[in-house]
Design a protein around this ligand. Structure first.
Ligand code: SF4
Length: 279
């Protein structure tokens, strides 16, 4: 474990459960915490970027994650990270540590380490940027997850909840699950009112076809219901940015994405659009 703190490790080459990335949606450096190191997820999204052809031979270790995080928090107080070769070409405006994202290779809201992680972060909050929990919403109603969300809210953190469809049929295609989308909507609505909430929507071509107008209308109705019940800070709409798990999905060019999303924009929802691999 001491290796993590050694000078030669300043490239994050030896950390296993945390990872820095330059994130377009965060507009800077995001330090990820991967609670789902074993790469298990309760969804099977065709656009998933997690490589599930290879699996780690070791297991997640909470104490090691804590130590890695403490080291990284000190290190990222400096801007030395942007001297690392892989971050050299980072645009100047992105050379800032923007957040800690609990995301990773699976679904954190059903992970038993989520609550201990929030409890660990809480006393450190004064030295941290914002904390972001990225979730497919499946576990949001669980008692321990609700406790974790309360802590997240108390730290001024934000939940980015994923909602990629309006209809059940389309939801099953783009999420690879038979779970009910109405249940997902209810779980999003179950989060504490004091918690900042954003919705993330990945739109894509399925077998070469973009989402239909009626699909977008169903999505709009869900977004309106959520926004009326729990004011949304933003709705991030993006498309596939890296090679997807399955070849029947493909990115939508930004110009087309804007046209598809016009009804959402016209509804005065707080939409932010991001380009992907087709631009
Ligand atoms: S919810 Fe996230 S991690 Fe899970 S399959 Fe979908 S994209 Fe991948």
């Amino acid at each position: 474990m001491e290796e993590v703190f050694a000078e030669h490790n300043r490239s994050f080459e030896k950390t296993r459960f945390i990872y820095p990335v330059i994130s377009r949606r965060s507009q800077g450096l995001s330090l990820g915490i991967n609670l789902d190191y074993d790469k298990t997820c309760n969804f099977d999204c065709p656009y998933c970027q997690v490589n599930r052809r290879e699996f780690p031979s070791d297991a997640f270790d909470f104490k090691t994650m804590q130590a890695e995080l403490l080291w990284a928090i000190e290190y990222l107080q400096t801007s030395e990270v942007f001297d690392l070769p892989r971050f050299k070409s980072t645009p100047a405006s992105f050379k800032v540590w923007k957040d800690i994202a609990i995301a990773g290779d699976g679904e954190p809201s059903v992970n038993p380490h989520l609550l201990p992680t929030m409890e660990f972060l809480k006393p450190l909050a004064a030295k941290l940027p914002q904390i972001v929990l990225i979730s497919n919403a499946t576990g949001l109603k669980r008692p321990n997850t609700q406790k974790a969300l309360e802590i997240l809210a108390s730290m001024g953190g934000v939940l980015w909840a994923k909602l990629d469809a309006g209809t059940q049929q389309y939801f099953e295609i783009v999420s690879g699950t038979k779970l009910k989308i109405d249940v997902i909507e209810q779980r999003i609505l179950s989060v504490p009112q004091s918690l900042r909430l954003c919705i993330q929507i990945c739109l894509m071509k399925v077998d070469g076809v973009s989402p239909s107008a009626s699909e977008i209308e169903s999505l709009l109705n869900r977004l309106k219901r959520i926004h009326n019940a729990h004011k949304l800070e933003s709705i991030q709409i993006y498309t596939i940015a890296r090679p997807p798990a399955q070849s029947f999905v493909a990115p939508i060019p930004l110009v087309e994405l804007k046209t598809i999303c016009q009804p959402l924009i016209d509804a005065n929802l707080p939409i932010k659009l991001y380009s992907g691999a087709a631009d």
